[in-house]
Design a protein around this ligand. Structure first.
Ligand code: SF4
Length: 433
């Protein structure tokens, strides 16, 4: 392992009526073209402001992060890679000793770090470096000043949004036990601070006061959890995190996800119903913002109505996005590919998809590309690796990773979300001109 850590820098409440009940699912088990879970660090490091993500990986991992995070090169670096060298991989050096030295140097240089995630990669898994043991060994040295945790972002085990799921799941055992006698709301999933503030205000206006968010903005603000905790997922890819929270007694509130005006209302309504908020209070809290969002979507509906869209499996956001784009903007999903379909978490979404749409779970990239070529969709949502070749063939694409970098949840972001899908058409028109 190299001695240096390479550092980078809202009418009456709308209960959506269903378009289709149970679309058939095509299950694909072939070659994947998806980023690994390390990519989640790009948005997670911005969220927990005193955390640091130390990837225990190779130069490939460091390069991936440099490319994925290139846009943030001027930001204060809160992630880096402890690069494993050939000596580590060949077992000629004690990788644990090397890791301890790297962590020691990092924490001396960066006393602002209060939570350190050791993030596993393909190389650390291949040499079976046990990062959970390393985290507990290092915790003994650095507690209580620094909490040291671990999770895997390896491409062998995770697709790119699963990195966030593994990170949050690693936090759950650290959450204090709730001593609340009444219900408390825990919103789970990384949201931009501005979005989190908007939701906190809306919950407050509904009279739901006991609200916390996971992840927190600072590592010392971990929310409590217990049998009175009701969990509202803000992201659809948090399977492992929800399983860990359920083991702590928390209950999941089934809901669509807060994308678009309708989706945001349905998501807030699920919480309101769980907390016994009366319909009048709910409407007075949400009606103005919902109406504003609906108005803001109108120009995009004119531009996107009738456009056929194909989702390659990538972010796990595909099903909620297809629901929003079809119901609120009139787009026509042809196929909605997604790496995994967690039926319980998507129970509020799948019935709202249009009749006849193809759902596919998993990936067989060649077969999916054949279907893209046959269908010639107006827009293909896919990862960076597929976008360039498809653009070169004359197809219009949208990078799915942008949907994680950009605040898209909630009423005030509905038009930004729509704009992400309108922009590729605009770009192509300009290029043709
Ligand atoms: Fe590549 Fe694996 Fe490193 Fe991800 S974790 S960048 S897939 S080597």
């Amino acid at each position: 392992m190299s001695g240096s850590v390479s550092l980078l820098p809202e009418r009456a409440p709308t209960v959506p009526s269903s378009g289709c009940s149970e679309p058939s699912v095509l299950r694909e088990r072939g070659q994947h073209e998806v980023f690994c879970g390390l990519t989640g660090i790009v948005w997670m490091h911005r969220k927990i402001q005193d955390a640091f993500f130390l990837i225990v990986g190779s130069r490939t991992c460091a390069h991936l992060m440099q490319s994925a995070a290139g846009v943030m090169i001027f930001a204060e670096p809160r992630f880096g890679t402890a690069v494993m060298e050939e000596r580590d991989l060949a077992g000629m050096a004690d990788a644990n000793e090397e890791l301890d030295k790297v962590v020691a140097r990092l924490l001396v240089r960066r006393p602002d770090i209060k939570m350190l995630f050791l993030v596993g990669s393909c190389p650390s898994e291949v040499i079976k470096l046990d990062l959970s043991k390393a985290a507990s060994r290092l915790s003994k040295t650095y507690a209580p000043d620094v909490r040291i945790l671990n999770y895997t972002g390896s491409g062998i085990e995770t697709t790119f949004t699963e990195g966030e799921d593994r990170c949050l799941a690693a936090l759950v055992p650290e959450l204090p036990v709730s001593e609340s006698n009444g219900p408390e709301l825990l919103v789970v999933g990384a949201l931009a601070d501005v979005v989190e503030d908007q939701f906190a205000r809306l919950f407050g206006a509904m009279g739901i006061e006991n609200v916390a968010f996971l992840p927190p903005r600072r590592s010392g603000e971990l929310p409590a959890v217990g049998p009175n905790t009701k969990v509202l997922l803000a992201q659809p890819f948090l399977t492992e995190t929800m399983r860990e929270l359920a083991e702590r007694g928390a209950k999941h509130i089934p809901a669509p996800f807060p994308l678009g005006a309708e989706g945001t209302t349905a998501w807030l309504k699920a919480a309101a119903d769980t907390f016994g908020v009366d319909p009048m209070t709910f409407r007075s809290a949400t009606a103005a913002a919902e109406a504003r969002a609906t108005r803001a979507l109108e120009p995009f509906r004119d531009a996107l109505q009738g456009k056929r869209i194909f989702f390659m499996p990538d972010s796990q956001l595909e099903i909620p996005l297809a629901r929003m784009l079809s119901r609120e903007l009139g787009m026509e999903p042809i196929e909605i590919g997604t790496p995994f379909i967690h039926k319980a978490h998507l129970a509020g979404e799948i019935p709202l998809l249009p009749e006849g749409v193809v759902l596919s779970e998993g990936q067989d990239v060649d077969r999916q590309l054949d279907r893209v070529h046959a269908e010639k969709p107006d827009l293909t949502v896919c990862g960076l690796g597929l976008a360039n070749p498809l653009e070169a063939e004359g197809l219009t694409t949208k990078w799915s990773i942008e949907l994680l970098f950009t605040p898209i949840q909630g009423y005030d972001q509905a038009s930004d979300l729509a704009n992400l899908f309108a922009w590729p058409f605009d770009r192509r028109t300009r290029l043709q001109v």
